[in-house]
Design a protein around this ligand. Structure first.
Ligand SMILES: NC(=O)c1ccc[n+]([C@@H]2O[C@H](COP(=O)([O-])OP(=O)(O)OC[C@H]3O[C@@H](n4cnc5c(N)ncnc54)[C@H](O)[C@@H]3O)[C@@H](O)[C@H]2O)c1
Length: 255
């Protein structure tokens, strides 16, 4: 995998939600390797602690891990204040945490609907609300919101998740207009099929289930967490300084 060095990311404060595992962990590793000062939030304390140790050993600098349930907006706000006190103004926010629980339409209760919106959308808005003043104070920043191709392709098992992931693109477009005058750029990334540990365990248990979807990609190779991280690095860096209000599909051309 080609690794580009973005010298402007060195020393920048990068805040990542859901950074303990999956694509989020690839973000933590990739930004730490650039010399950024990385903080991440996650509910999974064991995975978060293990990643801190791994990254510290690899890069010589430990990322700041703040355990947090993003369903609790007060806890999210407290965590962002804590990170701000430790590291200073955030230059980059990656809204990554999500949960792609499958659901049958008839079985979604109002409580479950609220939970799905809470874990996939609500914290995205409130993380942005808390971090934008920091970006304004430093004269700019980059916000990267994780969407999904699920809502574009029409994923029948993911009605609420797809609604939340589509809403994230609407929010991205609106926010980009709102904070563009402050030199804050806002973009979304829509991954295709990325086989993380959780995806393998829950939704793609065997090679055949993976092959059935991969055959619909224009490029036959697996899309990896590093592929998504490479797009995030570009969007975080000044290399993309005139790029905003976009949603980038990183899916191998999935159709
Ligand atoms: N993997 C894919 O194929 C794929 C495809 C399209 C979009 N995406 C998107 O990419 C992003 C990362 O996906 P992933 O596959 O790595 O997911 P994942 O489930 O492997 O990881 C999500 C992370 O978020 C954390 N998290 C979940 N709920 C939380 C909560 N309430 N509070 C704090 N942390 C919480 C988890 O502990 C985990 O570390 C998500 O936004 C997802 O929707 C992934």
């Amino acid at each position: 995998m080609t690794k580009t060095t973005y010298s402007d990311l060195k020393g920048r404060v990068v805040l990542i939600t859901g950074g303990a595992s999956g694509i989020g962990a690839a973000f933590v590793r990739a930004f730490a390797a650039q010399g950024a000062r990385v903080a991440f939030l996650d509910i999974d304390e064991a995975a978060g602690a293990a990643l801190v140790a791994e990254v510290a050993a690899a890069s010589g600098a430990a990322p700041l891990f703040v355990p947090c349930d993003l369903l609790d907006i007060d806890a999210l706000r407290d965590a962002i204040v804590k990170i701000h006190r430790s590291l200073g103004d955030a230059a980059v926010l990656v809204n990554n945490a999500a949960n792609d629980q499958r659901q049958a339409l008839a079985e979604v209760t109002p409580t479950e609907f609220d939970w799905m919106i809470g874990v996939n959308l609500k914290h995205v808005f409130f993380a942005v609300q808390a971090v934008v003043p920091q970006m304004q104070a430093r004269g700019g920043g980059s916000i990267i919101n994780m969407s999904s191709v699920a809502w574009m392709r029409g994923a029948p098992a993911l009605p609420v998740y797809a609604a939340a992931k589509a809403a994230i693109v609407g929010f991205t477009n609106s926010l980009a207009r709102l904070v563009g005058p402050d030199r804050i750029r806002v973009n979304a990334i829509a991954p295709g099929m990325v086989i993380t540990e959780r995806q393998r365990r829950l939704w793609y248990p065997n090679e055949q289930s993976i092959a059935e979807l991969r055959i619909r990609q224009a490029i036959p190779d697996a899309v990896t967490p590093d592929d998504i991280a490479n797009m995030a690095l570009y969007l975080a860096s000044d290399a993309s300084q005139r790029v905003t209000r976009q949603c980038f599909q990183v899916d191998g051309g999935l159709g």
